[in-house]
Design a binder for this molecule. Structure first.
Ligand code: SIN
Ligand code: FE
Length: 294
């Protein structure tokens, strides 16, 4: 049985303070691999932002519009899109998401990095991609050019679509069960390949053994049609006006349908976790019987 979500109806604003009891429940469920679901926490668009609810604001090459926190630049927008408005909406969402995460998980603050913010205005259903790029298939997040070396990937989503357009996800079995099934058949991490990709600039830093295994798990799950069909999974519908949050490097997830979502990515140091033994790095090390950090 997959429990899938922890519903936190009592959280209906982006700022705390939140009670110790709620914070403890939230961090425990999050690190356990549940999706924290806030059914009464909407991200509200301003009146003048309603015009951004159109797939035409994306440039078509990129499916998402994104905000880079370092440069402050907006990427992936159509040439005639209102960049200033997009920037303001993305920045306000990022600030609210950061406030919620900081106040709900105060122990994370010292190890928290606000990464990219994205706006996803294109309908998912009906899009076709190669299997490896297709996020309609169950996967854990692992990105070819950005090794994490075990730092966590935490993502917060808000559905800002008009009424009647849920974002539909599926979530799969616990990471440990998934990893145990796939690990024996994965290629062994290869330090020479990792060095080569870094040397030619294909990766931002050198992939650790952990990064190589996470990519192999991402690809292995997406390529395995029998696993996609037969693996334990539950569907979760997130209606407009709701927000959710999970460790996408741990939760097997697939986004099947939906349009108009905002997403904020955070990276979290393992040392900041309440129980780092539940992180994918430690779970994989435990299964492999060796360190995977290098
Ligand atoms: C994903 O992270 O795989 C996609 C999630 C979404 O856009 O809802
Ligand atoms: Fe994903």
């Amino acid at each position: 049985m997959i429990s899938g979500t922890l519903e936190l109806r009592e959280i209906d604003r982006w700022s705390g303070p939140f009670s110790g009891e709620i914070r403890d429940r939230a961090v425990d469920a999050l690190e356990d691999g549940l999706v924290l679901y806030f059914p009464t926490l909407p991200f509200r668009l301003e009146e003048q932002e309603q015009c951004l609810l159109s797939p035409a604001v994306a440039n078509g090459k990129a499916k998402n519009v994104s905000l880079d926190p370092l440069s402050g630049s907006v990427k992936g927008a159509a040439p005639d899109a209102d960049r200033a408005r997009l920037h303001a909406m993305l920045e306000r969402f990022a600030a609210q998401a950061t406030q919620l995460v900081s106040e709900l998980f105060p122990a994370y603050v010292s190890g928290l990095e606000r990464a990219r913010t994205s706006y996803r205005p294109v309908e998912i259903e009906g899009r076709s991609y190669s299997a490896l790029k297709d996020d309609k298939l169950l996967h854990v997040d692992a990105f070819p050019s950005t090794p994490t070396h075990g730092r966590r990937i935490l993502r917060l989503f808000s559905n800002i679509a008009p009424a009647g357009h849920p974002r539909i996800w599926r979530v799969g079995e616990p990471f440990q069960d998934f990893a145990r099934k796939f690990l024996p058949s994965l290629p062994r991490p290869n330090p020479v390949t990792a060095w080569f990709f870094a040397a030619v600039g294909a990766t931002k830093t050198r992939r650790s053994a952990y990064d190589q295994l996470m990519l192999a798990l991402h690809d292995g799950a997406k390529r395995d049609a029998a696993y996609q069909k037969g693996a334990p999974q539950v569907e979760i519908d997130f209606p407009p006006g709701t927000t959710w949050l999970c460790y996408t490097d741990q939760v097997l997830h697939a986004a099947l349908a939906g349009q108009f979502a905002l997403e904020q990515t955070f990276h979290i140091e393992l040392d900041s976790m309440a129980d780092a033994a539940r992180s994918p790095l430690r779970v994989l090390e435990n299964l492999a019987g060796r360190s995977l950090a290098n």
